[in-house]
Write a protein that binds this ligand. Structure first.
Ligand code: RIB
Length: 301
């Protein structure tokens, strides 16, 4: 499976505190970690660890962390031909995780927002030769639109993860195969409280299919004829950072070329659940073997 990810590459600075700080409050952290992150890079690494052949298109800065970010992707067996080094700071995220798993994330996009349309032209062949393109919303909208258009017009399946929640042109629906909001994003985009109604609203707007992630409840697939629900696995969750990113990568691996949607959802739920058992973004992304072992173990309980 060949996957191209067009998206963000960040360094995450993760502070663990007992609770999230209240307004104006200063807290002492229990731990501080520097972790590779960024929604795009997380999806790319997750897919590579699950066995995909992955190419990343994105940007890092020419600061001290830019090289580390790019080298890390290479170490994860990702083709970084499309990762450009630009003048200025790389993308960073300040993440605060509380003991109960709640978090807050503040992202400075830096280089991610310097992605240029001409780079997408330059790497057009990479997109055209993929089985699947994955995009999110931590890069400029014109780059997202251009990438999905190229993919769709060349028969490449497109998975659009509308995160972090922000407005996007309705025109995007005609270029995407699967939109993957979480419950909150779905409510925001569709204006509907009910999940099925919200998903149907997106289908009315032109989406081919919708996969909604529901945290501990699992996930749901809806298209114009069918809907499937798959429950999640019970784990000891400590940090949900990158669970959605990994879920998207697992989905790309499991439902783009398969018609067994229910099993694809179950596998993706297992990946998402495993991610929540560890602190940090890429530190918590599982390898395929871990996921299959986990599923066997859970199913035999
Ligand atoms: O989805 C998690 C990611 O969001 C983090 O790794 C952080 O970099 C932000 O982009």
């Amino acid at each position: 499976m060949k996957i191209v990810v067009v998206g963000s590459i960040n360094m995450d600075y993760v502070l663990k505190t007992r609770e999230l700080p209240k307004r104006g409050e200063t807290l002492s952290a229990q731990s501080f970690n520097t972790v590779f992150g960024g929604k795009g890079a997380n999806q790319a690494v997750a897919a590579a660890r699950l066995g995909a052949e992955v190419t990343m298109i994105g940007a890092v800065g020419n600061d001290s962390i830019g090289k580390e970010l790019k080298d890390n992707l290479e170490k994860e067996n990702i083709d970084v031909t499309g990762v450009n080094v630009v003048e200025g700071a790389s993308g960073v995220a300040m993440i605060n995780v509380a003991d109960n798993g709640d978090n807050t994330i503040v992202v400075y996009p830096g280089a991610n927002f310097k992605l240029q349309e001409q780079w997408i032209d330059k790497y057009e062949e990479l997109i055209k030769s993929a089985d699947c393109l994955m995009v999110q919303l931590e890069i400029p909208m014109n780059i997202v639109m251009k990438s999905v258009k190229i993919a769709s017009e060349n028969g490449v399946k497109v998975i659009f993860n509308p995160a972090p929640a922000k407005e996007f042109p309705v025109e995007i629906f005609k270029y995407i195969d699967i939109i993957t909001p979480n419950e909150t994003e779905l409510q925001k985009i569709s204006g509907k409280e009910d999940i099925k109604e919200g998903a149907r609203e997106l289908i009315n707007r032109g989406a081919s299919s919708v996969v909604v992630t529901l945290g501990e409840q699992g996930s749901m697939y809806i298209d114009k004829d069918n809907d499937y629900m798959a429950g999640s696995y019970k784990v000891n969750s400590i940090d949900s950072t990158a669970a959605g990113d990994a879920f998207n990568a697992a989905l790309a691996m499991n439902i783009v070329k398969s018609t067994d949607i229910e099993n694809g959802l179950r596998f993706s739920n297992a990946v998402g659940a495993l991610v929540t058992t560890k602190l940090g973004a890429q530190t918590s992304l599982p390898y395929k073997e871990e996921v299959t072992n986990f599923i066997v173990q859970e199913d035999n309980k």
